[in-house]
Design a protein. Structure first.
Length: 335
C-alpha cells in the first residue's frame, strides 16, 4: 500500500538523502503549436518502481503557487502500472500532477516540485524534480486588416407549423375550459335567481332572514353585516308587497310611503325603530345593545308574517267579492 499526504515542505527528520530527478513533465491539455493565454497544462512528475508500503508527503499549494501562474486543479495521483506476482510485494509506477494556467503573457520558470518519501522504519528521503519553463503567448492581431464590427444579433429562424400548433391548441383548450366554466356558473346563477323569483316574496324574505338567526352577528364588528342583511331583505319584501321602491329610498322616505299602506301602527313603529337602529349602526358606526340585537330579527319576521297574512285576507275578500258580484249578475240576468 502507498500512502500520499499533502503537507508543507519542511526539512525531513531522521536518516535520508536529498535526491534530484529529471523525471518531471509539463503537458498542454489543448493540443496546439503554441501556448496561449488561458491554456491549461499538467505539471508533475513520474515515480517508478515504488515499493509497496512507501509513504509520500506532497507540497501544499493551497495558498498559491507562484506569481502569474494559477493552479486550476490540485495534485492528482494516478497509478499507471502495477508490477508483482500474486501474494508477493508489488511495485508501482505513479504519475503525480496538477493543472496550471496563466493569464499573462510571458516566460515563467515554474517552481521545482518536491516530495518527502518515507520507506522502511526511519528512512526519509526528499525528492526534488527539475523545473519546467512555461512560455505563454497572446494571439497576434493583424492591425493592418483588423476591423471592428458590431455585435451580431441572434439568428432568427422562420417558425415552423410544428412549433406553432402546440401553442395554438393550448390556447384553444384554455379558452374552451374557460367558456365551459363561465357557462356552468352562469347557468347556476340563472337557476338560483329563477327559483328565488318563482317563490312568493314573503318566503324569499323569511329564507334570507333565517340566515341571521342566532347571536354570531351581534359582535360590534359584525353588526353592520347583521343589520344590512335584515333591512335589505325587508326592503325587497316591501318593494314586492307594497310596490314601494324601497331599495332606492332612505328610511324616512320608505316609512312616509308605508304609512298609508295599511300597516298596523304598532308594527309600523317597530319597523321604523329597527330601520333607524340599522342606520345608526351602518352609517354612524354605533353599536347596538344586546336587547336591540335580540329584538331585530323577531321584529322583521313578525312584520313579514303579519303583512303576508293581511295580504291573504285581502285577496280572499277580493275573491269573495268577485264571486258575489258574479253571482248577483247571473241572478239578475235570469230574472
Amino acid at each position: 500500500m502507498i500512502t500520499i499526504a499533502a503537507t508543507g515542505q519542511q526539512a525531513p527528520q531522521g536518516k535520508g538523502m536529498l535526491i534530484r530527478s529529471e523525471d518531471s513533465f509539463l503537458e498542454p491539455l489543448q493540443k496546439r503549436d503554441s501556448a496561449l493565454i488561458g491554456d491549461q497544462f499538467r505539471y508533475g512528475f513520474h515515480l517508478k518502481d515504488v515499493a509497496e508500503g512507501t509513504r509520500f508527503a506532497l507540497p501544499d499549494f493551497s495558498k498559491g503557487f507562484m506569481d502569474s501562474v494559477e493552479i486550476v486543479l490540485p495534485f492528482i495521483v494516478d497509478t499507471v502500472k502495477v508490477q508483482g506476482k500474486k501474494n508477493e510485494p508489488k511495485s508501482y509506477d505513479i504519475d503525480v500532477s496538477m493543472v496550471v494556467t496563466s493569464f499573462d503573457e510571458g516566460k515563467y520558470e515554474l517552481l521545482p516540485l518536491s516530495l518527502i518519501r518515507a520507506s522502511g522504519v526511519d528512512r526519509i528521503d526528499t525528492l526534488v524534480f527539475a523545473s519546467k519553463t512555461l512560455d505563454i503567448f497572446t494571439m497576434p492581431v493583424d492591425t493592418t486588416t483588423y476591423q471592428i464590427h458590431d455585435i451580431k444579433g441572434q439568428i432568427r429562424y422562420p417558425l415552423k407549423a410544428s412549433e406553432v400548433i402546440p401553442y395554438v391548441l393550448g390556447i384553444w383548450a384554455v379558452a374552451i375550459v374557460a367558456i365551459l366554466i363561465w357557462a356552468f356558473f352562469a347557468m347556476r346563477r340563472r337557476n338560483e335567481s329563477g327559483s328565488i323569483h318563482n317563490d312568493p316574496p314573503y318566503l324569499v324574505a323569511l329564507r334570507r332572514l333565517d340566515h341571521f338567526r342566532g347571536s354570531k352577528y351581534w359582535a360590534p364588528e359584525k353588526q353592520k353585516t347583521f343589520y344590512s342583511g335584515i333591512t335589505d331583505a325587508l326592503r325587497e319584501y316591501i318593494d314586492a308587497r307594497y310596490g314601494i321602491d324601497a331599495m332606492e329610498m332612505t328610511t324616512a322616505e320608505i316609512f312616509k310611503d308605508l304609512k298609508s299602506s295599511g300597516v298596523p301602527a304598532d308594527l309600523y313603529e317597530e319597523m321604523k325603530t329597527l330601520f333607524e337602529t340599522a342606520d345608526f349602526v351602518k352609517f354612524a358606526k354605533a353599536s347596538a345593545s344586546d336587547e336591540e340585537n335580540a329584538a331585530a330579527l323577531p321584529a322583521a319576521v313578525r312584520f313579514v308574517t303579519v303583512t303576508y297574512q293581511s295580504q291573504l285576507a285581502e285577496e280572499e275578500a277580493a275573491r269573495k267579492a268577485a264571486e258575489a258580484k258574479s253571482l248577483a249578475k247571473k241572478e239578475g240576468g235570469e230574472a
